[in-house]
Ligand binder design. Structure first.
Ligand SMILES: Cc1cc2nc3c(=O)[nH]c(=O)nc-3n(C[C@H](O)[C@H](O)[C@H](O)COP(=O)(O)O)c2cc1C
Length: 386
């Protein structure tokens, strides 16, 4: 059955059930969130981030951070004057992140939200990274002291920031001034944003991203570890409250509904990923960027890069801009390194960056043409341990 036929079926409304039996296709249960977006307990966390003056309110904000494949690889312990952040090593993305770069960046993103939430909750937060050399999963200690409560635009943006995977406007460019504002947020020596803005630079970045996407799809282990975090069933989404969903894929409401009705095979998922990247996300970007560091294997540089990425995305949100990490290139670089493969993507991206700098994140930016949808979240209660 093609999309057009499926559209006709949708137009029939209650006829759907009759056609299900007639076609023999596997259809989604209609009570599995097919006809709704961003509802149910999997999305409640987005409504719970209002300041309440308690340390737990900082965790409410932390869990809304950007994070790779929506794995939410964090655990917290909370007391009156401190919060400890740990990596949850059961929530990795395997061969897609073999060196744990994305996991550590994700934890840095959560730390940034946590720190931004301190002043509105009447606290000052002091972050110490990697406080226990004998425990690499102990990511940070955040000491809390009382302070006068004050809000901020970045704190307000936490609940409206979403990864926007849809088409961006091709008639409205992000200005150099806006890019400079974002660049200024990289406040750690050796860490900075590199922009690809000319047609030639954008083509080179786009071509390499397509190459990296194809390489991931052709690599059975990487492809399987990517697909493992795709949640297509509404019941699974409500139960797990994590992963990548069709609702956050940047498709129209109609395509989202159709995709939820029809079972997606791994091949269809891969084809959709490649075509969405090649035909929508890359050609409509106003610019691409790379967050670069001096040592991409240093956990501290990754954690700090994560804090910067979160601040960049929140700031872009306050400017009405859409952003999407497009990390196929660094994912392939790490795979080439860890599996001892020929360094094809590694050498190609190195040639596009200043000498001595390494991309730990790559992304696109532009003016959105549609509102991005929220992704599911496990609530703070599920990620705070005693
Ligand atoms: C390190 C890192 C890598 C990511 N890579 C990608 C990517 O390659 N493609 C993509 O669409 N989103 C990527 N994301 C975005 C996450 O998938 C997204 O943050 C997560 O699903 C939660 O959704 P939200 O940002 O809308 O809250 C990445 C995020 C992080 C922190």
């Amino acid at each position: 059955m093609n999309r057009r036929k499926a559209l006709q079926i949708l137009g029939l409304g209650s006829g759907v059930v009759a056609v299900v039996g007639a076609t023999g296709l596997t259809w989604r249960a209609v009570d599995g969130g097919v006809f709704s977006t961003g509802t149910g307990s999997a999305y409640d966390a987005w409504d719970r981030a209002a300041p309440g003056g308690r340390p737990l309110n900082l965790v409410d904000a932390a869990i809304l951070a950007s994070n790779a494949h929506n794995t939410q690889p964090w655990l917290f312990t909370v007391s009156d004057d401190r919060i400890e952040l740990f990596a949850d090593m059961s929530r990795t993305t395997g061969a897609l992140d073999p060196l744990l770069r994305e996991m550590q960046i994700s934890l840095g993103c959560a730390l940034e939200n946590l720190a931004l939430a301190a002043p509105p909750n009447g606290m000052a937060a002091n972050v110490s990274f990697l406080p226990d050399p004998s425990d690499t999963t102990h990511i940070a200690t955040v000491s809390l002291t009382p302070a006068t409560a004050s809000g901020s635009p970045l704190f307000d943006a936490i609940v409206v920031r979403h990864t926007n995977r849809g088409a961006y406007s091709t008639s409205r460019a992000v200005t150099d001034r806006q890019l400079d504002t974002l660049s200024a947020l990289a406040d750690v020596p050796g860490t900075r944003l590199v922009w690809f803005t000319t047609d030639a630079q954008k083509k080179a970045f786009g071509d390499l991203t397509v190459r990296a996407t194809r390489a991931i799809i052709a690599d059975p282990r990487q492809a399987a570890d990517d697909y493992r975090w795709y949640r297509s069933d509404g019941h699974d989404i409500q139960r797990h409250k994590d992963g990548i969903t069709i609702d956050s894929a940047g498709k129209s409401a109609l395509v989202r509904t159709l995709s939820k009705l029809l079972t997606t095979t791994h091949k269809q998922y891969n084809d959709g990923w490649l075509s969405g990247t090649r035909d929508t996300q890359l050609p409509t970007a106003s610019a691409f960027g790379a967050l670069v560091v001096q040592d991409p294997h240093d956990p501290l540089q990754r954690l700090r890069a994560g804090r910067i990425w979160q601040r960049v995305h929140l700031t872009a949100t306050t400017h009405g801009l859409g952003m999407q990490p497009l990390c196929q290139i660094p994912e392939r670089v790490d795979r080439e390194t860890s599996a001892g493969l020929s360094p094809e993507i590694t050498d190609a991206i190195a040639a596009m960056l200043p000498a001595g700098s390494h991309a730990v994140m790559t992304f696109r930016i532009g003016h959105p043409t549609a509102t991005a949808q929220p992704s599911p979240r496990r609530p703070a209660a599920d990620v705070v341990r005693a």
